[in-house]
Design a protein around this ligand. Structure first.
Ligand code: ADP
Ligand code: MG
Length: 691
C-alpha cells in the first residue's frame, strides 16, 4: 500500500525512521539525489545541518586562504575548462580582487557547472582549500550559491549544502515540513546535565541548529547538546554489547602453563614486563567462566605475536583447538612458519589454510579439523567460511583487526560459539581519550613497552631537491646487506595531484639499480603482489618502491631503510606505522622523510614529534590534536561517519564527560536511551545473538 504522510505527520515518533519517500513531494528522483547526500530516512534530514552552522570560518579573501581548512570565498567566475576526457575533472577558474582560484569538479556534468557558476557572476563557494601547482583550489565544493541570492542569508533562511539535482527551494520545503512537525520527545537526560551545560530540550536544540539566525552555532549549546546525545548513544550501544558478551558463560579453561613454559625456555629473548602482564590478563580470561572478548593494542613491533602464541599454548595444552587469522596470505604464512618453529618438538599439529590452499589439501584439512586431528589452524579469512567445522574450537586470535568495524567485531565475537574465547590484535594505537568511544564493547590490553633490544628508528627529513643524495645512501645500505622501502603516495603521475608516483620513482631507481628494484601497489592482482613480496622477503630484490600497501605485520628482518616521499601528505600515525616496517631485526632502522622546500609551521611541528618520539600512543594523541578524529587510522575503517555531529576536538570536554557519566549510569536500566540510540542509527549494531 502506498502511504503519504500529510501535514499531521509524526503522530508516532517512530515515523521519523520511515523512508524519505514517505514525505509528500519526495519522488523517486529526489530520493535518489538525497541518497547521494546519505539522506535515506527522515531522521537523516535532521543531521544535515545548514552550512552556516557547520562552516568553520567566515568568508575569506583569496590572499588569506589556508590549505586544509574549510573556507568560504566570494569570487567572480572567469573561465571554464572542460577537458571532455574521461577521468579528467572539469575546472572553473574564479577570482577576487587579490588572486585566482581553481574550482575542480570530479563527476559533475558541464550543464550543472554552467548553471551554478555562470561566467562573470559573483558566487559564494565553500569547501576544503588545497594547493596544487602553485595555485589554490577547491575540489568538489560543498556549497555554491550565487550572490544575488545572498539576501536569503540576510533573511536568515538556512542554507544547506546541496548536490547536483537538489535545489534549495524544494529541499527547504522538505526540511521545513519535518521541522514543523517534530514529535515531542520525552527527555532522556537528567535535569542536572541540562542545567550543568545550559542545554535545552532536544526539539528546541534541533530547531535552533537548523535556524541560520545562529550563525555561530559551531560551539553553541544547541549543537553541543546534540553532540553529547550522539556521543552518549555510541557509548550506550557499546556498553550494552559489552554487558551482553559478559553474560555469556563458558567452560573455564584449566591449565598449568606446562606447554607455554616449555616454549618460553626455548625463546632467545626474555619477555618484557608488559608482555608478561598482558599474558596474565589473557590467561585470567581464559580461565574465567566468561567468554573472553578482548583487544590487544600494541605498536608495530611491540611483540604481540609471541603473546598470542604463549596464550594459545595454554588452550592447546588442554586439548582445545585454536585458530589464528591474519589479513593476508603472506602474513598467515609467516605466522605459520613461526608457529612451526615455536611448537617444534611438541605434539601440537599445525596447518595453514588460505585462499591459495589447493582443493585436495583443503579438503583434507577440513576433514582433520572435524575429527580434531589439527590443533592449531593458521590462515586468512578462509578459516571462517561456513563449511569449516572444528571439533572443539576454544580460542580464536585475529591479527591486525583494525580493518574491521563494530558490526564485524560482533560477528567475530560469535565465531566458534560460546566456549570459544576471542582475542583481537591491532597495531593501531588509539588515544586513551578515545578508547571507550572506539572499543567500549571489549576489554582492552595495551602493550606500551617495547622489547629492550629494539633500537628506536632514526628519523631524518630532507628536501626533495636533494633527492640525488639518496642514491649514495641506498648504495651504502645495499652494501651492508640492508633492504630499502621507498614509499610514494600515487601509483601513476597525475595531472591534478602534485605528488610523486610509484611508477615514476621505480623507473628512476631502476636506472641506478636495474636488478635490485621492484614495484608494489594496489592495482596489482593479489597473486602478483604476493610474488613481489616473496621476492623481497627472499632478498631476490633489495629495493621495493611501493604505495602504502606494504603489509603491516610482515617481518622483513633486513629492511632497515624506508624513504617516504611527500611526507606531508601522510598523517603522523600513518608515518609512524610506515616507519615501523623497518628496523625490526637487530640492526638500526632509519626513516627518511622527503619534503618540498617550503615547509609550513605545522609540518615542522609534525617532523619534530616523529623525530622525538617512538611511542605510537603518544603520536596518535598528537595526530588527533593536530588533524582531528577522522585521521586516526583504524578509526576510519572501524566506523566511517561514526560521528556526524560530535568532534573530538571541539567537543573534547563532552567526550570526557560522557565517558564518566556512562560509568556512573552503566548499571542502571538504560531503556530511556533506546530512542536516542535509534535516532543516531546505532540500534542495528546492538548485539542480539544471545537475547
Ligand atoms: P607486532 O606486535 O608488530 O606483531 P611482532 O610480534 O611481530 O610484533 O614482534 C616483532 C619482533 O620482536 C619479532 O621478531 C619478535 O620475535 C621480537 N620480540 C617479541 N618480543 C620480544 C622481546 N621481549 N624481546 C626481544 N624481541 C622480541
Ligand atoms: Mg603483528
Amino acid at each position: 500500500m502506498y502511504y503519504i504522510l500529510t501535514m499531521t505527520i509524526f503522530k508516532n515518533k517512530d515515523d521519523l525512521f520511515k523512508n524519505i519517500s514517505f514525505l509528500k513531494g519526495v519522488g523517486p528522483k529526489l530520493s535518489k539525489y538525497l541518497k547521494n547526500k546519505r539522506i535515506e530516512k527522515i531522521n537523516d534530514l535532521l543531521w544535515h545541518f545548514p552550512y552556516s552552522s557547520t562552516d568553520r570560518s567566515d568568508m575569506v579573501a583569496l590572499n588569506r586562504l589556508e590549505v586544509g581548512k574549510i573556507q568560504t570565498i566570494k569570487v567572480k567566475v572567469l573561465k571554464y575548462n572542460f577537458p571532455r576526457v574521461r577521468n579528467l575533472p572539469n575546472k572553473v577558474i574564479c577570482s577576487d580582487e587579490f588572486s585566482k582560484i581553481d574550482i575542480v569538479f570530479f563527476n559533475s556534468r558541464e550543464g550543472y557547472i554552467r548553471s551554478v557558476l555562470p561566467i562573470n557572476k559573483f558566487v559564494l563557494i565553500s569547501g576544503k582549500i588545497s594547493f596544487y601547482r602553485n595555485k589554490y583550489q577547491i575540489t568538489n565544493p560543498s556549497y555554491i550559491t550565487s550572490i544575488d541570492k545572498i539576501d536569503y542569508v540576510k533573511k536568515n533562511i538556512p542554507k544547506y549544502s546541496l548536490t547536483e539535482g537538489l535545489n534549495e527551494k524544494s529541499y527547504r520545503k522538505i526540511i521545513e515540513k519535518v521541522l514543523n512537525n517534530l514529535p515531542n520527545l520525552e527527555e532522556w537526560h537528567d535535569k542536572d546535565i541540562l542545567e550543568k551545560f545550559g542545554f535545552c530540550s532536544w526539539n528546541e536544540s534541533i530547531l535552533k541548529v537548523h535556524n541560520s539566525n545562529n550563525s555561530d552555532v559551531e560551539n553553541n549549546k544547541y549543537l553541543r547538546r546534540l553532540a553529547l546525545d550522539e556521543i552518549l548513544s555510541n557509548l550506550i550501544v557499546l556498553s550494552k554489547n559489552r554487558k551482553k558478551f559478559k553474560k555469556i558463560i563458558k567452560e573455564s579453561k584449566i591449565f598449568n602453563n606446562s606447554l607455554s613454559n616449555k616454549i618460553l625456555n626455548n625463546l632467545n629473548f626474555k619477555l618484557t614486563k608488559n608482555q608478561q602482564e598482558v599474558i596474565n590478563e589473557i590467561n585470567n580470561d581464559l580461565k574465567s567462566e566468561k567468554k573472553m572478548f578482548r583487544i590487544l593494542q600494541g605498536d608495530v613491533g611491540s611483540g604481540k605475536t609471541i603473546v598470542s602464541f604463549l596464550t594459545a599454548a595454554n588452550t592447546l595444552e588442554i586439548g582445545y583447538q585454536t585458530a589464528l587469522m591474519a589479513p593476508t596470505a603472506i602474513l598467515a604464512k609467516q605466522h605459520y612458519n613461526l608457529a612451526k618453529k615455536i611448537f617444534d618438538g611438541t605434539k601440537i599439529k599445525i596447518k595453514l589454510l588460505t585462499g591459495k590452499t589447493e582443493t585436495r589439501l583443503r579438503k583434507k584439512i577440513l576433514e582433520e579439523l572435524k575429527i580434531g586431528e589439527i590443533d592449531l589452524l593458521i590462515g586468512t579469512h578462509a578459516l571462517f567460511q561456513k563449511k569449516i567445522n572444528f571439533k572443539n574450537l576454544g580460542y580464536i586470535i585475529i591479527d591486525e583487526q583494525h580493518k574491521f568495524g563494530v558490526k564485524q567485531r560482533m560477528s567475530l565475537a560469535n565465531k566458534g560459539g560460546k566456549n570459544c574465547d576471542v582475542l583481537l590484535m591491532s597495531a593501531t594505537p588509539i588515544p586513551r581519550t578515545m578508547m571507550l568511544t572506539i572499543y567500549g564493547d571489549m576489554d582492552v590490553s595495551r602493550l606500551i613497552e617495547k622489547p629492550k633490544n629494539r633500537l628506536p628508528i632514526l628519523t631524518y627529513s630532507k628536501p626533495e631537491k636533494k633527492i640525488d643524495e639518496l642514491i649514495k645512501i641506498i648504495k651504502k645500505n645495499l652494501s651492508q646487506n640492508n633492504q630499502v622501502f621507498w614509499v610514494c603516495p600515487l601509483i601513476k603521475d597525475s595531472q591534478f595531484l602534485d605528488y610523486s608516483s610509484v611508477n615514476k620513482r621505480f623507473n628512476w631507481l631502476k636506472k641506478q639499480f636495474p636488478n635490485e628494484t621492484n614495484i608494489l601497489h594496489g592495482e596489482l592482482k593479489q597473486d602478483e603482489k604476493n610474488l613481489v613480496l616473496e621476492k623481497f622477503l627472499n632478498k631476490k630484490t633489495k629495493i621495493l618502491v611501493s604505495t602504502t600497501v606494504i603489509e603491516v605485520g610482515i617481518d622483513f628482518p633486513d629492511a632497515n631503510l624506508i624513504i617516504i616521499e611527500n611526507a606531508n601528505k601522510f598523517g603522523l600515525a600513518q608515518l609512524h606505522q610506515l616507519r615501523g616496517r623497518v628496523g625490526r631485526g637487530q640492526k638500526q632502522g632509519k626513516c627518511i622523510l622527503l619534503f618540498r622546500d617550503n615547509l609550513s609551521k605545522n609540518s615542522i611541528q609534525r617532523i619534530k614529534i616523529l623525530k622525538k618520539s617512538s611511542d605510537g600512543f603518544f603520536i596518535a594523541e598528537e595526530d588527533m590534536k593536530m588533524r582531528g578524529f577522522g585521521d586516526i587510522i583504524g578509526y576510519q575503517q572501524s566506523g566511517s561517519k561514526f560521528f556526524r555531529i560530535a568532534d573530538p576536538i571541539d567537543h573534547s570536554d563532552l567526550f570526557i564527560y560522557a565517558e564518566n557519566y556512562l560509568k556512573k549510569i552503566e548499571n542502571e536500566n538504560l531503556d530511556r536511551f533506546d530512542f536516542l540510540v535509534k535516532l543516531h542509527d546505532r540500534a542495528e549494531i546492538i548485539y542480539s545473538k544471545y537475547d
